[in-house]
Design a protein around this ligand. Structure first.
Ligand code: ATP
Ligand code: MG
Length: 426
């Protein structure tokens, strides 16, 4: 026997006490997506490395240092565990011509992988859900996607998540801003950290996104991209702002917001909370009109967002909004000749009628079985002994209310149990 094996650092088990919250959360996501007309898509966890290099961009945190990339030893292919799902979704849309008959609304949820330093709200396997509008030029669908987030926070009972919005224009507009930005950064080069110095020439916009307070301060007066936007970009941004105002979704414009992935243009946004410390962004997105072409498809405008499930769950928990796990309706205890068989049938009949039933397993005295019944949280214990088997009856005992036990007939089981269950909640 070796030492016990452990999970990989930054990759967490979700144990049953927590998993019920995940299920409840996922159900709310599914309902919200359904109500907004978004259809689910499921793409593989593994993709060719080239997809992410091309889609996300070489000079990004993700591609530079966060991807789980390896060679498939069986055929020599370079593969990567997906760090996000937009690239895969667009790859699938191109591969299966999903936008052939017009725009589509899609959503996904699942694990993502990034080799980051694990800390609160930052893991190496984490979970995102996201929504994408493929083929829409906006800004109406930009607004729709953002309004959907607001609806979701409301549904979850979360407040204090604020919306920051920006427009990063077109690549031409960014190019003219870039010239002035690099000139500016050169005058501040001494205050830049290694990352910023490196990016100054490869991806200068990202320098403005630095979390290093020294870099932030040094770039405070950097040329603002918004001032380089032309009429069309500004009209798109104004259109979005008008729609958000009409929908009653408050926002603030943050002219420094640029987002960490290269594929964005025009609209970018983040939903941020102050309750999670440094890991305060719970959802982020924007428009990515160039991505289809970038990975080999026809030019197709698109927009979307991704949200971090762990961070939202932490908020949900802190807000005390996670519903309590549902207890089983019944626990069946049994002992004696023919009782196990009878108990099994009773459980089957009740489950088929939609009830949640635990059938005692592993033997033991009635007393110890009743303890288990109590510990299970079930509202009702059903007792099957030899007498009951012979009489074609069951004994029904309320576990959460003070009431005398009753006999119910096997041939009227479903109706009698249903009545008792109703009584038990009164
Ligand atoms: P951050 O600035 O926090 O690293 P990001 O810009 O890398 O975020 P995105 O790629 O936009 O994040 O992903 C969208 C959301 O996914 C984030 O807002 C966050 O809620 C969540 N997220 C991203 N990385 C992680 C991680 N390592 N662990 C947990 N959640 C994450
Ligand atoms: Mg990151």
């Amino acid at each position: 026997m070796g030492s016990p094996l452990q999970a990989i650092r930054g990759m967490n088990d979700v144990l049953p006490d927590e998993a019920h919250g995940w299920l409840a959360f996922e159900e709310i996501i599914r309902n919200t997506m359904y109500r907004h007309g978004y259809r689910n898509i499921r793409t593989p966890l593994l993709e060719h490395t080239g997809l992410f290099r091309r889609a996300i961009g070489e000079v990004t945190d993700i591609v530079e240092k966060e991807m789980y990339t390896f060679t498939d030893e069986l055929n020599g292919e370079q593969l990567t565990l997906r760090p996000e799902a937009t690239a895969s979704t667009v790859r699938a849309a191109i591969e299966h011509s999903l936008t052939y008959n017009g725009p589509v609304r899609l959503w996904y949820a699942g694990p993502m992988y990034r080799h980051e330093r694990p800390q609160k709200g930052r893991y190496r396997q984490f979970h995102q859900f996201g929504a994408e509008g493929l083929g829409f030029a906006g800004p109406d669908v930009d607004a729709e996607l953002i309004v959907m987030c607001a609806a979701l926070w409301k549904e979850l009972g979360l407040d204090g998540i604020r919306l920051e919005l920006n427009s990063i224009g077109s690549s031409e507009e960014r190019a003219s801003h870039r010239v002035e930005l690099v000139e500016f950064l050169e005058t501040r080069v001494d205050a830049l950290d290694a990352d910023a110095k490196r990016r100054m020439h490869t991806n200068p916009l990202r320098v403005l996104d630095s979390k290093n307070p020294v870099v932030k301060e040094a770039t405070r007066n950097a040329p603002v991209l918004m001032n380089f936007l032309g009429e069309q970009s500004l009209a798109h941004f104004d259109g979005l702002k008008k729609l958000l105002a009409a929908a009653g979704v408050p926002f603030s414009v943050n002219p420094r917001l640029v987002r960490g992935l290269d594929y964005y243009n025009l609209t970018v946004f983040e939903w941020i909370t102050d309750q999670l410390g440094a890991q305060g962004t719970v959802c982020a997105g924007g428009r990515y009109d160039g991505l289809f072409e970038q990975i080999g498809g026809k030019p197709t405008p698109a927009v979307g967002w991704a949200a971090g499930i762990e961070r939202l769950l932490a908020l949900w928990q802190a807000a005390g909004r996670v519903p309590a796990p549902k207890a089983p309706d019944a626990y069946v205890v049994h002992q004696g000749e023919g009782a196990a068989e009878c108990a099994l049938l009773v459980a089957q009949v009740l489950r088929a009628a939609g009830h949640s039933v635990i059938q005692h397993a592993g033997g033991g005295s009635f007393k110890s079985q009743m303890k288990k019944a109590d510990g299970s949280g079930a509202r009702i214990a059903l007792i099957v002994g030899e007498d009951e088997v012979r009489a074609g009856e069951l004994t029904l005992k309320f576990l959460r209310r003070d009431a005398s036990q009753q006999k119910i007939r096997r041939d009227a089981l479903v109706a009698a149990f249903g009545n008792a269950l109703l009584e038990s909640t009164q």
